[in-house]
Design a protein around this ligand. Structure first.
Ligand code: FCB
Length: 477
């Protein structure tokens, strides 16, 4: 029998990573044959993002990736999760790959490997080629087939050097913020389209996984990253419990049901009947979607607190990524959303590490034997350099300490968590919020694009090197 680990120590092979996504950091939107994605179109549409900001330049990672990798190595990170821009690799969403696009990712991966950093590729982090949206986008079934083709192209090009693959990032956001509340691209507000999109994203995951398997060497790890939400009932009243179960179906079950269990939650069809009859689910789809996975990615920031409306009108709800008069939750207008009590980050998201522990334990039960990765976790704060140009962010250190302790507790409780990716490596384009919200462990001066590691980056690097959490959070010097 192996000795139990001291409580602050993580398993020796635990990955200490950071995460980013293409549109949020790359810039260079018109270079080397790249065409617009839905996020280019959306961010260039007046009124869609804070201050009309776009990812045109972002943090210019496309040209600065070597420095960014050197920075990660210097901090002591052992893994990096990034996404591939579909529009760079297959600009129209169909046909052969563009060599220059693939070459950029090949160079990035080689740079990571040369620094001993393990790459993890996310194939889709929300930036659908605009041409595919013009053809109907995710509510159309064909988009799932297009995704599988794109997955195969990237798998063929990078499968020799990348072992960890994630098909989709947070399909909940793509479906329900993109087509429901409209706060994300493409900005549509049609609940039926949002549910169709959810199914076709699931199908894309299944078809994409099969396509990747057909071209990747055996032993590579295929996963999906869900922002599975910790849904808490406001009270233990039967109505509030029922409201929480409904939202759990729409937040979680709609994805993990088919992916892990081969079925949508039983009650989901009746609950969403006012919006759709689900006739877009065809024979064989659920078998395709349930294709075996090698790991599951969980992204966690904050819990969700809900109650029954109790005759009160359910007001418009800020869904965490922007406010809209349209709900992202189809057919759930009789559910009220509440601010969970406690301290909040700059996003207004309540800080609650117990939620992360709860989520990990839930998915250990939901998917027994499947290795888990925390593929995103982090916090936005209003960071500013001091007179010496240094950036102190003790709140972020406290946030990370609390959440890493929750991960460690879950490991102690038997969960098989293999790694943690801090969101985010760098301050970047935070979708509808533009550059207003800083999630980076590394500060970016947007006028010079100069990078400065915040004190949290140094702190996290030390944790990574030690493979253990310090007993208490040091006040940032
Ligand atoms: C997640 C997204 C990521 C970033 C963080 C703050 O939902 O995957 O791109 O926006 O939230």
């Amino acid at each position: 029998m192996t000795e139990p680990l001291p409580t602050a120590t993580f398993p020796p092979a635990f990955l200490w990573g950071a995460a980013t996504s293409a549109y949020q950091i790359e810039g260079a939107v018109r270079e080397d044959g790249r065409t617009p994605s839905i996020w280019d179109t959306f961010s260039h549409t007046p009124g869609r993002t804070a201050g009309g900001e776009t990812g045109d330049i972002a943090v210019d990672h496309y040209h600065r990736y070597r420095d960014d990798v050197a920075l990660m190595a210097d901090l002591g990170l052992t893994a990096y999760r990034f996404s591939v821009s579909w529009s760079r690799v297959q600009p129209t969403g169909r046909g052969p790959a563009v060599q220059a696009g693939l070459d950029f990712y090949r160079r990035l991966v080689d740079e990571l490997l040369a620094h001993g950093i393990k790459p993890a590729i996310t194939l889709y982090h929300w930036d659908l080629p605009q041409e595919l949206e013009d053809a109907g986008g995710w509510p159309e079934r064909d988009t799932a087939h297009r995704f599988a083709e794109y997955a195969r192209l990237v798998g063929e090009a990078l499968g020799d050097r990348v072992e960890q693959w994630i098909t989709l990032n947070e399909p909940w956001c793509s479906a329900f913020l993109g087509y429901g509340s409209g706060v994300h691209a493409p900005g549509r507000t049609d609940p039926a389209a949002a549910l169709r999109a959810a199914h076709h994203l699931n199908l894309a995951h299944g078809l994409g996984t099969a396509a990747l398997r057909s071209v990747l060497p055996a032993g590579h790890q295929l996963a999906l990253s869900l922002n599975s939400q910790v849904v808490r009932p406001f009270s233990q009243s039967p109505d509030d419990l029922a409201a929480a179960r409904r939202i759990d179906n729409l937040a979680n079950g709609v994805f993990h049901g088919p992916v892990l269990h081969g079925a949508y939650p039983e009650t989901l069809f009746a609950e969403t009947a006012p919006v759709t009859d689900w006739s877009f689910v065809l024979d064989g789809d659920l078998r395709t979607i349930r294709t075996p996975l090698d790991a599951l990615g969980l992204n966690y920031y904050t819990p969700v607190l809900v109650s029954a409306a109790d005759g009160r009108a359910a007001g418009p709800r800020a869904d965490g990524h922007g406010a809209s008069e349209h709900s992202p939750w189809p057919a759930a207008d009789d559910v009220l959303f509440h601010q969970a009590p406690g301290e909040r980050t700059e996003m207004g998201w309540t800080i609650d590490p117990t939620g992360l522990h709860e989520l990990i334990m839930r998915y250990s039960r939901e998917a027994p034997g499947l290795p888990l990765y925390i593929t995103e976790n982090g916090a936005a704060y209003d960071d500013k350099p001091d007179a010496d140009g240094r950036v102190h962010d003790p709140e972020r250190i406290a946030y990370l300490h609390g959440h890493l302790a929750a991960v460690r507790r879950a490991i102690g409780d038997g969960a098989d968590v293999r790694g943690y990716y801090l969101w985010s490596l760098l301050d970047n384009f935070e979708w509808a919020y533009g550059y207003d919200k800083r999630f980076g462990a590394v500060y970016v001066d947007y006028s010079t694009l100069e990078r400065t590691p915040k004190s949290s980056a140094r702190w996290y690097g030390e944790v990574a090197r030690a493979g253990a959490l310090p007993a208490a959070v040091e006040p940032a010097a």
